[in-house]
Ligand binder design. Structure first.
Ligand code: IPM
Ligand code: MG
Length: 368
């Protein structure tokens, strides 16, 4: 049976990095049917909307979505519904992609690229699970109005709504406990229960769900403390589960521990493990079109797609071990380059992974 993959390159470096991931997928000679569509600023330019109907329909019909990146400063002045970021938010919402998996893995070869001391990050392997369709990102009501109370009645104000329902918390908690069970059996739930009703409720519900996973060790951290522990002793974490906004922030922080956000893939899954796969980094318009962007996060996202949605674990292993071989051979894009390594561009890095996949048979790796 052939699988349909919607390929959405997007803006900035999106098209360059997606091109390399597609080449790697093609080498595997799996029955994949790839169809490309515009998204983000590119789609706005082409048809006046960042998430055109046709693109959304393609994504809905596909078994999985391979996504590049969206966004450019030049769209910052557009009305919010027309900005490129709305494309990814719309896809998450319309496809029900509530579970965002962001592994932060520090490759042995890149220990020195981290901003932390090598001994703090060597061997780092944590998984951040971010709830992706609720919280203050999507909570209604939101908007601007004239204040009728607060510190300045009568003044213009803006507001958003932080909210989580029990089923939303329960389903992400199940994803997180199950992931922890497959890993080192440790889950940290991050909240702000000392101040926010929403996150006291979050903590209560996660604690209830824990009763079904007695084999997993659960602890709770306030988000400010979690941010601190992540730079103090990141290896103490295994799986972290948190809400949409805290997860947005903590996943960027965790990414940097590994040396480069250019290395990190992500999966956004619905309840049936259908998913959207994208690098954790953004569209990097400052280096777009120069052929210098690191394609490895996107290539590793394609591997996650094979593993989680297409149930092709062996093919995923082949890609992940190819990436490790290429790093071991000393190839580096600018973002991860260090003295003594060979500096390569986007395409050359893609070529190297393609060759390693062709040459390699699958070796089991530690990638989550
Ligand atoms: C992310 C990004 C998005 C988010 C933006 C582009 C809307 O920062 O995927 O982490 O805030 O979720
Ligand atoms: Mg983010």
């Amino acid at each position: 049976m052939s699988h349909k993959i919607a390929v959405l390159p997007g803006d900035g470096i999106g098209p360059e990095i997606i091109e390399q991931a597609v080449r790697v997928l093609q080498v595997l000679e799996l029955p994949l049917e790839l169809e490309t569509a515009p998204v983000g600023g590119a789609a706005y330019e082409a048809s006046g909307h960042p998430l055109p109907e046709a693109t959304l329909n393609l994504a809905k019909a596909a078994d999985a979505v391979l996504f590049g990146a969206v966004g450019d400063w030049k769209y910052d002045k557009l009305d919010r519904p027309l900005r490129p970021e709305q494309a990814i938010l719309g896809l998450r919402k319309h496809l029900g992609l509530f579970a965002n998996l962001r592994p932060a893995l520090c490759y042995a070869e890149l220990t020195h690229a981290s901003s932390l001391k090598p001994e703090l990050v060597a061997g780092l392997d944590i998984l951040i699970i971010r709830e992706l369709t609720g919280d203050i990102y999507f909570g209604q009501p939101r908007g601007r109005r004239t204040a009728t109370d607060g510190h300045f009645p009568g003044a213009e104000e803006a507001f958003d709504t932080m909210r989580y329902s029990r089923p939303e918390i329960e389903r992400i908690a199940h994803v997180a406990f199950q992931a922890a069970r497959r890993r080192r059996g440790k889950l940290t739930s991050v909240d702000k229960a000392n101040v926010l009703e929403t996150f006291q409720f979050w903590k209560d519900v996660v604690t209830e769900v824990h009763a079904q996973y007695p084999d997993v060790q659960l602890d709770h951290l306030y988000v400010d403390n979690a941010a601190m522990q992540l730079v103090k002793a990141p290896k103490a974490f295994d799986v972290i589960v948190t809400g949409n906004m805290f997860g947005d922030i903590l996943s960027d922080e965790a990414a940097m521990l590994t040396g480069s956000i250019g290395m990190l893939p992500s999966a956004s899954l619905d309840r049936d493990n259908k998913g959207l796969y994208e690098p954790s980094h953004g569209s990097a318009p400052d280096i777009a079109g120069q052929g210098v962007a690191n394609p490895l996060a996107t290539i590793l996202s394609a591997a996650m797609m094979l593993r989680y949605t297409l149930q092709q674990a062996e093919a995923a292993d082949r890609i992940e071990s190819a990436v490790q071989q290429v790093l071991a051979a000393g190839l580096r894009t600018g973002d991860i380059w260090s003295e003594g390594c060979r500096r390569v561009g986007t395409r050359e890095m893609g070529d190297a992974v393609v060759q390693a996949v062709k040459a390699g048979t699958s070796k089991t790796t530690t990638q989550s």
